[in-house]
Every structure is written in C-alpha cells, then in structure tokens.
Write a protein that binds this ligand. Structure first.
Ligand code: DOR
Length: 442
C-alpha cells in the first residue's frame, strides 16, 4: 500500500477509488476482482477497471480483500455520558481509545453495551453519550439501552422513548438476564411493539443468582451453567410476543440445541453470536503466567467448544462478536471477568477459522458485517451501489504477532498475547472517510 497524507488527500478530493482488490460482498453474493468507487459518503460504483474522472484518493488493493465495513455488535467502551475522560481512562477505555482500537482492528461500526457507570437507561443518557461520540468517536458507534432502570432488574426503562433515538439499536441487560419472568415478558412485549431487537445475556452472574426465580429449573451449585435455561425461557417469551431476539455470547452445547429448534420453528426472528475466545479456548486454558483466564460466560469444556465450531459450520451461529471488555490490570488480578477483542478478532477468525477451512472467507465476512448490520439495522454491511461507504480492506497474507503493548485500547487483558496470526486490516473507510491506512489512524 502506498504511503500518503490522508488530511492532504481529503482536502483535495472526496473521491476514493479502491483498485484491483478481491471484492467480497455477502449481501450481494459477490466475490470477484473489482474496483470500488466512493464519492462523498456513498459507494457509486463496483465494477472491473473503473476509469476515473477527476481526482481521487487511490488505494491499491492488489492482493487484498475488500469487504463491507466490519461490525462488532458486542463492545464495552467504559465511557458514559456522565463518566467521561479521566474516569473512563481509569476504567481503561474511552470512546476515543475504543473506537481507535476498532478502526485498527478493521471495524467501521461498533454497537456498545449499556453497562457503563451510570448505565445507558434513558434518552438523556443516550444524548449525553451521543455528544461524546460526536466529539471523539472514530468509527460509527451505536448503543444498546438497558432493559431496566439502573440495570437493577426491577423497573422497565422507557422503551418507547428509547426506540425513537437514532443511536439506540437494541435492548440489553449486559451481564445478566432479567430474572423475573413476568418482567421479561413485559420487556419482550414493549420491544416488539416498538420494533427494537432484544440482545439477551443469559449468564447467571452473582447478581442474577441472588435473584433466582424458583420457577426456573436451575442446577444449584453450578454457577454459570444456567445459560440454556435462560435462553429457553427468553426465546419462548420472545416468541409469545413476536419480539426479535439475539442471544449474546452463546457458550454451551445445550444452548445451541435450543436455538437450533427455535430457528426451525421460526415463530420470531432468533439469532445468536459467539466470541472468538469461546471458539478458540477451553477451560483448561492458562495464560502465560499460568493463571486461569476469567470471562463471563466462562471458557467451557472441549465438548462445548467442539459444539460451537460445529454450529458455526452448520450456520446456526449468525455472528462473531468480540465482547470487547477492557479492564485494569489490578481488577483482572482481583478476578474481574472479560477480555479485550477489537484488535484481535479479525486476525483470529482468519488464522484459526478460515485458513484451516472450518468456514469460508465469505461466511466469515458475512458473520462480521452483513448479518450483524441487518440484525441491528445499522445501515451497513453492503458494497452495493448507493450503499453507505463503510469499507474494510484486509491483507490476508500479512503476518503479525499479538502484542498488546502496541494496542490502541487502553487495556491489556487479552488472552491471545504472543499468538502469531495471518491476516490484518490495512485500510478502513467510514462514511467515505479513510480513518485507517497501513495501520496509521487519522
Ligand atoms: O466477561 C465479561 N465482561 N462478560 C460480560 O458479559 C460483561 C463484560 C464486562 O462488562 O466486563
């Protein structure tokens, strides 16, 4: 790729021509050697050998893959409307650092979870956040609003009001299910009425364990093994209310069976996602310091991991999402769950899933762009003429090593430190604007 001065180029022209790449667009079933022309914030041409009229910024994508902008629909940026700047920095991620990490990792779009301090539980909070995103966000940033006020599982948020906010794309109670069944039923009814997808977390965290509903068939004594029970319940409630339901970071064999059956019944749209760490690591995994890698849901058995990989091949899993969860070193040492993932997901998927032939490149790109974009209606995931110009250019041969010291994220809690990967994004265009090229952010 040529070196260039992005600011200078942008002043000169608002056209970008991506030449000679292998264009893969799952939304159009397209896979071919083509050029892509961007004018303003839209794609205006996808065809062989586009001839330029006037000036344009040229990206020579020979040997590279050109895809719809990648979408990560499960991201934690710790900055809230209220708790910004310094506090978020202490919490090891700001909108600035997190969206820079996203761009570096090839993502043009992130959808953030509401479990900030305070949580995203009202239009006022979303407005505050929107100001911060407008000020420092580098990629398109949307949010999920919480299902209950202050995420306490007691009083439902103003779902009608939230559904009208352009930034809000789903409802999530990150880290917990809504334990009370009646309340969850009402959340489903309101979500359906207001056309907002539910993004369900089916973990039995300490919070939800203290609120155990006796009617659920919990397996006592086995924390974090109730994922299939919550998934079964939430799918039934969503079906009864005709609500759209997306299941976050699925991790157990039994959960997959429930989802498989629900998809077959097809009473309401049911989709699910899996993380790279649940696909690639298992409970025996220890980090280089010999410590267990702590995350929610936890890393599972070899059998669960094999089932996830099977479900991935079968097409039961719709999306790969990172659950990028930044934490301070001292908090990790104290057992706080979560891994960062924005800067490793693409390389891991290419190296560990596509290159060994577990899934095709088209399938991988679909799960990381068109499908999450369609599920959450993010106006992306396509390279068709007229589409918004969110584009990722990937060098599939680029070899690199995971070195968190070089990451844009302010956190270092990555279980893949030192892994050698092949395949990395080399350019990212958001709404027609080049925000990353050759690893350099604008
Ligand atoms: O490990 C996790 N950490 N899982 C979640 O669902 C939440 C996340 C966090 O916010 O740190």
């Amino acid at each position: 790729m040529n070196s260039y001065n992005a600011a200078q180029a942008r002043e000169m022209t608002s056209k970008v021509l991506i030449k000679n790449g292998r264009v893969i667009d799952p939304s159009a079933g397209l896979d071919g050697r083509l050029d892509v022309l961007v004018e303003g914030d839209s794609i205006t041409g996808v065809s062989a050998d586009i001839k330029l009229q006037g000036d344009a910024e040229i990206i020579d994508a020979r040997g590279c893959i050109v895809t719809p902008g990648l979408v990560d629909c499960h991201v934690h940026l710790r900055e809230s409307g209220r708790q910004g700047g310094e506090d978020a920095e202490k919490a090891r991620e700001t909108i600035r650092s997190g969206t820079r990490a996203a761009a570096k990792g090839g993502f043009t779009t992130v959808l953030c979870e509401p479990n900030t301090t305070p949580p995203v539980d009202s239009c006022k909070r979303v407005d505050e956040l929107q100001k911060r995103i407008a000020g420092t966000g580098l990629v398109k940033t949307y949010v999920k609003a919480s299902m209950t006020l202050d995420m306490q599982g007691q009083d439902i948020t103003d779902i009608k009001g939230l559904s009208g906010h352009p930034l809000v794309k789903a409802l999530s109670e990150d880290g917990n299910p809504v334990v009370e069944e009646k309340l969850m039923g009402e959340v489903c009814r309101l979500a359906a009425e207001n056309n907002l997808p539910l993004s369900c977390h089916s973990e039995d965290s300490s919070f939800s364990l203290t609120k155990r509903s006796k009617r659920l068939g919990f397996r006592p004594g086995e924390d974090f093994h109730n994922e299939p029970n919550f998934i079964a319940r939430d799918v039934l409630l969503a079906e009864a209310n005709r609500a759209q339901i997306h299941l976050s970071h699925v991790s157990m064999t039994e959960s997959l069976e429930i989802i498989r059956r629900a998809k077959k019944r097809s009473r309401t749209p049911v989709t699910c996602e899996v993380t790279p760490h649940h696909l690639l690591l298992e409970d025996s995994f220890r980090d280089p310091g010999g410590l267990r890698a702590i995350v929610n849901p936890p890393l599972r058995s070899r059998g669960d991991r094999d089932a996830l990989l099977e479900a991935l091949k079968e097409g039961i899993i719709d999306v790969i999402a990172s659950d990028h969860a930044p934490h301070r070193e001292e908090d990790k040492k104290a057992g706080t769950p979560g891994f960062i993932g924005l800067e490793t997901t693409l390389g891991l998927v290419l190296t560990r899933l596509v290159q060994p032939g577990i899934i095709s490149l088209m399938h991988a790109i679909r799960m990381m762009s068109s499908t999450p974009s369609a599920i959450f209606r993010l106006n992306g995931g396509s390279l068709k003429k007229g589409a918004r110009a969110d584009i990722t250019v990937i060098d599939p041969e680029r070899e690199w090593m995971v070195d968190t010291a070089k990451f844009e994220s302010l956190s270092r809690n990555c279980p893949f430190e030192g892994w050698r990967l092949r395949g990395q994004s080399v350019a990212v265009i958001v709404g027609g604007r080049i925000v990353m090229r050759d690893g350099e952010l604008t």
